[in-house]
Write a protein that binds this ligand. Sequence first.
Ligand SMILES: *[C@@H]1O[C@H](CO)[C@@H](O)[C@H](O)[C@H]1NC(C)=O
Ligand SMILES: *[C@@H]1O[C@H](CO)[C@@H](O)[C@H](O)[C@H]1NC(C)=O
Ligand SMILES: *[C@@H]1O[C@H](CO)[C@@H](O)[C@H](O)[C@H]1NC(C)=O
Length: 288
Amino acid sequence: MNMHLFIVSVLTVLLAMSFPFAISEVLEAFTKCKEFFYKEQPPVISGILETRSRNNHYKIICQKYHKMYKFATFYNTENRIPVFSAYKYTGQSTPFKRPRIPWMVEPQLDPPVDDMTLPYANQAISEDYNNIRDHVNRGHLFPCGHAADEVTANSTFTLTNIVPQKISFNAGSWNRMENEIKDIMNKYCYDNNEVLAHVLTGAIPGKSKLNERVNVPSYLWTAFCCYNRTGNSWVSQAYWAPNVGEDKNKVKTINKTSLQKLQEFLSQQLMTKVQLFNNNCAKKHTTN
Ligand SMILES: *[C@@H]1O[C@H](CO)[C@@H](O)[C@H](O)[C@H]1NC(C)=O
Ligand SMILES: *[C@@H]1O[C@H](CO)[C@@H](O)[C@H](O)[C@H]1NC(C)=O
Ligand SMILES: *[C@@H]1O[C@H](CO)[C@@H](O)[C@H](O)[C@H]1NC(C)=O
């Protein structure tokens, strides 16, 4: 190895050790991480996702960790929260503990700091979440508990996959729903004897801000689409719930709903046409 290369590698390693950076890819399209979408088709969010211009405040992130693409995120740099994360649920062959890993930021979302810009103007940083008076914590869209293995679980700890979520909601009904759909997917969702479901989880921007920077979403939503090997058909399930605190002593349940109803709800909330899973997961493949 020549000396220059050696020094560069050592520096890279040192840098990687001192700053928790997610070395992902901020791209013009989801092409490199289209595998995380049902039929490799990102959702339709008219006027936002497909006509996204080069310099607007929506960014496409192919979330890369340990040199592998792990999931995909559509990020709003003005709200400093993701619109959604898309991932594949593939079950868990070997159990792992929730990693204790420093929160990562996405260097490619912000210009180099010596550009005379404020650092991290385009994304949330861990410190934004530090004020406990807000009663929110870091809510994963791709939850660590749905990761296939420890490396993938680690990859979910990037702030581009996080929204401010009411603590009691995150630990309460939302957590129970995540566990419930995990059980359902493990039981029914298969592709050639391997567990497989495509999941989309997102947040609807709200009216308040954390640390005067990070939008606190009004709702969180999720949906999965998979082939039900018991029923021999494509199936989907959807859920949404307001981002509000809940009473520990009153067990709240998030009701299951249809993909159709979720699409209607999202279209209404985002004031544009929204179609998830190529708009036909739940339908039989008909020719029209
Ligand atoms: C996950 O992150 C933790 C904390 O940084 C680290 O100790 C562990 O080795 C990582 N695991 C993998 C599989 O990368
Ligand atoms: C899968 O099909 C079985 C048999 O029809 C049905 O009981 C079950 O609810 C279906 N699962 C899902 C997630 O729709
Ligand atoms: C959930 O479903 C139950 C039973 O159908 C219903 O009583 C309840 O009002 C629903 N909750 C919400 C938040 O829609």
